[in-house]
Design a protein. Structure first.
Length: 479
């Protein structure tokens, strides 16, 4: 069937066009009225490639709306008060899970006793907004971390706990995931790179077999599952059969350091407390993991936030002699900026984190914030940028990432290091994988505003009239 998106505009081009779709592909972009087929009149709306969120934890994102929001807590005491309120209103529940706290600037210490007083014998686990630490009360520690005496668990110890906190059975989680996919489509999203912890192949094969066809998904593989992936012959970029071409093998995900808020991002300079962060694996272990992956057709996505972690990741890519991705790339020494393009390493960054982390960075990286989220320098040096949210760390909404990259501001504040801003054209390119041209996938978003001619605030609230995936409407306000 031929579908004509008629009388449309493409940002950056003059004049009106018809975009002609044949099945899952764009067949042509012609002057208005030149093509025959079923016509949908766009009244001069703008067509852009469908958007991708290049870094999400999708199952966690699908659960987040059901968890206690503690993101606004300005102290441990405030977070505990929110727990007390929820526990009182929902006395019959089992584990009380909260999400979103940022304790780096809290004036008090998160302790087991605070949560014990708030919830009694009910297990409580609060997960930090950066996903790299969790705060447990005594009952939760007995169940999930009996060997630890710490109230706050960091890095691998925290990941081990949060991986046990699935709030529902598979059918319920899949229903929540479908809701999240529909919500993403309303923001023009056609694809995600899912770096959820665990074995994602089975999860997405199950979902798509049951009819979940609203997103393209590249699924990540973690080190503990690398041997299994190799045994199955999985190779990055391969399409999984039986999924309508929507499920693709993604990268090996390697977590090399921690996070800023948790003070575990590996840095060359010390934090105010004298620490330098943590390396979650040695340089040899990182290199060995990459060599094994590349020898078996898997590219790597290395989580690196601190400048020392980024240097080590780039060193490993250089030693292996292959490109890949660095996830986050938040703090980068100036000497390492040119290495991204030279080595073919994509900077997979989350611009909204710059807005979330600016105050913490000003405190913990006070003399180096000019090196934080250096998007303009990376782009000028020829590096490929790929934008994401790291949802649930930030909402799964590429327009928020685009707005933060362009304006370096949010909530009416002064721009933070505006010299590192990029243009709307660059930001949109970092959030898409195709173009509006013949032969490209019919993955498109229809907008009510020109994204190249509005303010960052308007980008953040961009109205999306329709989203098409492989020529199918996944969101539609036009008809």
């Amino acid at each position: 069937m031929t579908l004509v998106l008629s009388v449309a505009r493409v940002p950056g081009r003059d004049g009106l066009v018809d975009v002609v779709l044949e099945g899952a592909q764009i067949a042509d972009v012609t002057p208005p009225g030149a093509a025959a087929g079923e016509r949908i009149h766009l009244d001069g709306r703008w067509i852009v490639p469908g958007l991708w969120d290049q870094h999400v934890h999708f199952t966690q994102w699908a659960q987040t709306a059901r968890r206690l929001d503690v993101s606004r807590a300005a102290s441990a005491a405030e977070a505990a008060a929110l727990v007390r309120e929820r526990a009182s209103a929902d006395a019959g529940g089992d584990v009380l899970v909260g999400f979103g706290f940022h304790d780096a600037l809290w004036p008090d210490t998160p302790t087991r006793e605070l949560l014990d007083a708030a919830a009694g014998h009910r297990p409580v686990v609060l997960i930090a907004g950066d996903l790299h630490c969790s705060w447990l009360n005594t009952a939760a520690a007995r169940r999930f971390a009996p060997a630890s005496s710490d109230a706050v668990l960091r890095e691998d110890a925290s990941f081990a706990v949060t991986s046990l906190l699935t709030a529902a059975d598979d059918a319920t989680l899949d229903r929540w995931a479908a809701d999240a996919a529909r919500a993403a489509a309303t923001r023009g999203v056609v694809g995600i790179v899912d770096l959820e912890y665990g074995w994602n192949l089975d999860v997405w094969t199950r979902r798509m077999a049951a009819g979940a066809r609203g997103l393209r998904v590249d699924f990540g593989i973690y080190r503990e599952d690398l041997e299994q992936a190799i045994a199955l012959g999985l190779r990055t970029g391969a399409v999984i059969e039986g999924t309508g071409g929507l499920l693709t093998v993604g990268p090996l995900k390697v977590i090399s350091d921690g996070s800023l808020n948790t003070r575990t991002a590996l840095c060359s300079h010390a934090y105010p407390d004298g620490g330098h962060g943590v390396a979650n694996l040695t340089e040899r272990e990182l290199l060995d993991a990459l060599r094994l992956a590349y020898a078996n057709g898997l590219t790597a996505a290395v989580h690196a936030i601190g400048d020392e972690a980024n240097r080590r990741a780039l060193d490993a890519f250089e030693a292996v002699g292959a490109g890949g991705r660095i996830e986050h790339a938040q703090l980068i020494d100036a000497s390492d900026i040119p290495r991204f393009a030279r080595l073919g390493v994509t900077a997979s960054v989350q611009p909204e984190h710059a807005m979330d982390d600016r105050d913490v960075a000003d405190s913990l990286w006070s003399d180096r914030t000019d090196r934080a989220f250096p998007l303009a320098e990376l782009h000028a040096a020829g590096a490929r940028l790929a934008f994401g949210s790291d949802a649930p760390v930030a909402p799964l909404d590429p327009w928020a990432a685009i707005a933060s990259a362009v304006g370096r501001t949010r909530d009416g504040r002064e721009p933070w290091h505006p010299e590192q801003a990029v243009s709307a054209e660059v930001a949109l390119g970092a959030s898409t994988r195709s173009t509006v041209a013949a032969g490209q996938p019919a993955d498109l978003a229809v907008l009510d505003r020109d994204p190249f001619a509005v303010s960052p605030d308007d980008l953040r609230t961009m109205p999306v009239a329709a989203t098409l995936l492989a020529g199918r409407f996944t969101h539609d306000t036009l008809r």
